[in-house]
Design a protein around this ligand. Structure first.
Ligand SMILES: Nc1nc2c(c(=O)[nH]1)N[C@H]1C(S)=C(S)[C@@H](COP(=O)(O)OP(=O)(O)OC[C@H]3O[C@@H](n4cnc5c(=O)[nH]c(N)nc54)[C@H](O)[C@@H]3O)O[C@H]1N2
Ligand SMILES: Nc1nc2c(c(=O)[nH]1)N[C@H]1C(S)=C(S)[C@@H](COP(=O)(O)OP(=O)(O)OC[C@H]3O[C@@H](n4cnc5c(=O)[nH]c(N)nc54)[C@H](O)[C@@H]3O)O[C@H]1N2
Ligand code: SF4
Ligand SMILES: [Mo]
Length: 727
């Protein structure tokens, strides 16, 4: 007798784009995930989603809480009950807080995989009194969101469905990398939308582009200044919008006039005529989009590059119009996650202690404080933590406090769904920081290199094993629903339960009246008159009617109420209020090449999934791409292992010759470790051999000034053949 399979709609969290998929459930177990049948969604699935159930059923998955037995990083563990683990964690955290204050607790998460907690983590920190929350989103979208808010009060969302031209600054979505964006761009191109790609490498997107500008790595801000120079000189902007809705245009135009095309061609390495052609195409195509890109999140000139994207959108009249970039605001019927986070609970004197906010304030409480009143006026809430990026501590400053106790000690570190040791710059510093902790807790699926250094490793549930009310990272105002498709294995638990349990043990139980995350969702949905179960049965997707040019009623959520081409916030913080171009430090003869971290692996998300045999078979080793002419010059052959060195350190990678790479530039893949390699201090499962975080510098030459995020695009480098490396 065959049993009918039950199907549930789920949101995949094997990467951070959250495809709506269907899970087939047989007698309580998910046997397959497949694409959603809706014609608009059915192409949105990639191999990571398809193999996710295999990963969750892996024999090495963590299914019980573990407590460290030997020295930190010894690789010796004992199984403990949740109750014992949480009791001891609370006790040790209490000791740290009593001795050093609540700011001695830092939390690291990217939240992509754990965002089902609905703001509980920040809520816990804010009630406890710690401002020191760091995240991978400091290098990816979160920081861009914070900078966009300074310019026009929200982080805009591209409208691919009606757009005339798409501009990709390096961003290169593929069939297996952010599949829905890839599909959205393909559909727009089929409709006739133009594609401009700026990428030093002849990427897959570059090959499909109407216009490809092979700019030098890290030169995106200068490129934007060149585009603006053409657009302003030729009067290709929306003069009425500029007059009515911007401030600082004259000073901005003066700054832009310092960047004639010859200068920009010199900096970017692109031909002046092609730069002008691209600028004209973007400015005259009609509503167009510059989708957010991580490439400009990770540069020495990030704040300027991001602001220049924002300025291009604004002066061309593409803000909040169909086919342009939409300023969505919160979903009016759902309490935003930011409100649950309770940032108003954190006292002013604790906010002032946020690490890094003195030197690099942009995405910290200090930098975002002037947006509180305007955000309340326009969007109805004082705090808008879009993509969790607006109230972060600076990662490098946090690791320094952990390692050296400067400006004050941080002695407890909680890491959730984040491989922190491998996911920021300067891995040696992070390692030293972790060795200097009194308490490290890691909430994970697998024994990652980060988990190997913990005191407690707690087993996390997966996206098939929990419900999720996804609010588009507070960015899109679209609410989507994921049903729990099966029970978690062993003793795996969700992140919400972790925070609630810890809060109760730390005397903060009153802040967590909701017994389950479903109860919290119900609370957030109260304006709909439905509880979570009813809502989840009724809607797969819940969104307000689109509205355009809303700023005509409300103004922009900035201190002036307008688009700030010259930023009052940056001026008041003591920075250049206008976007600028900052040169790289003088060349170092030891490092004649340049490298960038990135070109994501199709097979894995960031540092994860390398334990899934079917995926690993397709990409068994970390590959460094280089041009055949560079290989010849350095006497390196295809498949040979080499060391790649920067001023921060070395990693071992497999040379792969590719003629899509420009000469002189090499690609370093992100996040490599080998789950099958020996665990514990010494090798940390191959992380010391291969993880890119070791060669990402984070000294001042390599940090963006305003945000203090590291420069990954164009780092001076050298390569060494192995016999030389050993010598
Ligand atoms: N050096 C360096 N640092 C970088 C980057 C880089 O290129 N180089 N890239 C940056 C970018 S673009 C981003 S987006 C961030 C990404 O940062 P993150 O999104 O934090 O990604 P990972 O560090 O790989 O950590 C994800 C971890 O979560 C675990 N996990 C997966 N699902 C779950 C779950 O449901 N529950 C729990 N508890 N754990 C889960 C996985 O096993 C994995 O170990 O990193 C940034 N940091
Ligand atoms: N399969 C898979 N998909 C993923 C991920 C994954 O880990 N695996 N990660 C997801 C995440 S979190 C992110 S952030 C995205 C990242 O994905 P993308 O935005 O596509 O970023 P990358 O793949 O790192 O690099 C894209 C392109 O940037 C170019 N580039 C390098 N330096 C520069 C520069 O200085 N300027 C310009 N203009 N271009 C440059 C590279 O040559 C490359 O072709 O992918 C997402 N999708
Ligand atoms: S692109 Fe792949 S991994 Fe990312 S959400 Fe979609 S199916 Fe999952
Ligand atoms: Mo990212």
């Amino acid at each position: 007798m065959s049993t009918a399979l039950e199907e549930k709609t789920v949101l995949c969290a094997s990467c951070d784009i959250a495809c709506q998929l269907r899970a087939e459930v047989d007698r309580g177990r998910v046997v397959r995930v497949k694409a959603h049948p809706n014609p608009l969604l059915r192409d949105n699935i990639c191999m990571k989603g398809i193999y996710a159930p295999k990963g969750f059923a892996h024999p090495d998955r963590l299914v019980h809480p573990l407590r460290r037995k030997g020295a930190r990083g010894s690789g010796e563990w004992e199984r403990v009950s949740w109750d014992d683990a949480m009791g001891e964690i609370a006790e040790r955290l209490r000791a740290v807080v009593d001795e050093h204050g609540p700011e001695a607790l830092a939390v690291s998460t990217s939240q992509w995989n754990t965002s089902t907690e609905s703001g509980a983590g920040r809520r816990f920190l804010n009630h406890l009194g710690s401002p020191n929350w760091i995240s991978g989103v400091a290098l990816c979208a979160g920081n861009t969101a914070a900078v966009n808010r300074m310019v026009y009060g929200w982080f805009p969302f591209p409208d691919f469905t009606g757009t005339h031209c798409i501009v990709l600054f390096g961003h290169n979505p593929r069939r297996h990398s952010w599949t829905p964006i890839y599909n959205g761009i393909r559909k727009a191109q089929q409709r006739g939308a133009k594609l401009i790609v700026l990428d030093p490498r002849r990427s897959e997107s570059a090959e499909r582009a109407d216009l490809w500008l092979p700019l030098r790595p890290g030169s995106d801000a200068a490129m934007c200044l060149g585009w603006l120079n053409v657009i302003l000189r030729e009067g290709l902007y929306d003069a009425e919008f500029v007059r009515e809705w911007t401030v600082g245009f004259e000073a901005f135009a003066d700054r832009v006039s310092e960047f004639p095309l010859e200068r920009v061609a010199e900096i970017t390495g692109c031909e002046a005529g092609r730069i002008a052609e691209a600028a004209r195409l973007y400015a005259t195509a009609g509503p167009s989009v510059i989708p957010w890109t991580p490439i400009t999140d990770q540069q020495r000139n990030s704040t300027s590059a991001i602001r220049l994207h924002a300025a291009l959108r604004a002066i061309c009249g593409y803000l909040d119009v169909p086919g342009g970039e939409l300023l969505n605001g919160f979903n009016p019927d759902v309490v935003p996650e930011t409100a649950i986070e309770a940032h108003d609970r954190l006292p002013r004197e604790q906010k002032d202690k946020q690490l890094g906010s003195d030197r690099h304030p942009v995405f910290t409480y200090r930098g975002t404080a002037p947006l509180a009143e305007p955000t309340k006026r326009v969007w109805g809430h004082e705090y808008a933590n879009i993509v969790m990026g607006s109230y972060m501590a600076n990662p490098s400053a946090t690791f320094r406090a952990m390692a050296d106790g400067v400006p004050y000690p941080v002695k407890a570190f909680i890491v959730l769904g984040n491989n922190a040791l491998l996911s920021y710059a300067n891995m040696k510093l992070i390692h030293r920081a972790m060795l200097n902790q009194d308490l490290i807790v890691v909430h994970e699926h697998m024994m990652t290199p980060t988990a190997q250094l913990a005191d407690f490793v707690l087993p996390g549930d997966s996206w098939l094993e929990r419900p999720h009310m996804m609010d588009g990272f507070g960015w899109s105002n679209v609410i989507r629903v994921s049903r729990k498709a099966m029970e978690p294995p062993g003793e795996c638990r969700g992140v919400y339960e972790f925070w609630r349990d810890l809060a109760h043990r730390m005397g903060l139980g009153e802040a967590f009246p909701w017994r389950t995350v479903e109860e919290l969702y119900t609370q957030r949905l109260r304006a709909t008159g439905m509880d979570w179960e009813t809502f989840a049965r009724t809607y797969e997707i819940f969104l307000p009617k689109p509205a355009y040019r809303k700023y005509e009623q409300t103004g922009f959520a900035t201190p002036s109420g307008r688009v700030e081409l010259s930023s009052s916030i940056l001026r008041d913080l003591g920075f250049d209020p206008l976007p600028y171009w900052r040169e790289a430090p003088p060349a170092d003869p030891r490092f004649p090449l340049e490298l960038f971290m990135g070109v994501r692996e199709d097979e894995f998300f960031q540092t994860g999934q390398r334990f899934i045999p079917e995926l690993r078979a397709r990409k068994p080793e970390p590959q460094c791409y280089l041009h055949p002419a560079d290989a010849a010059e350095w006497r390196v052959s295809e498949g040979e292992w080499i060391d790649v060195e920067t001023r921060a350190g070395r990693v071992r990678l497999q040379a792969t010759l590719r003629d899509d790479m420009p000469k002189g530039l090499i690609r370093v893949p992100h996040g490599w470790w080998k789950p099958e390699a020996p665990q514990g201090e010494g090798e940390l499962s191959g992380a010391w051999a291969h993880a890119d975080a070791q060669i990402c510098p984070d000294d001042d030459d390599f940090l963006d000034r305003e945000q203090g995020i590291p420069h990954f695009k164009g780092v001076p480098a050298a390569i060494h053949k192995l016999e030389e490396a050993r010598a």
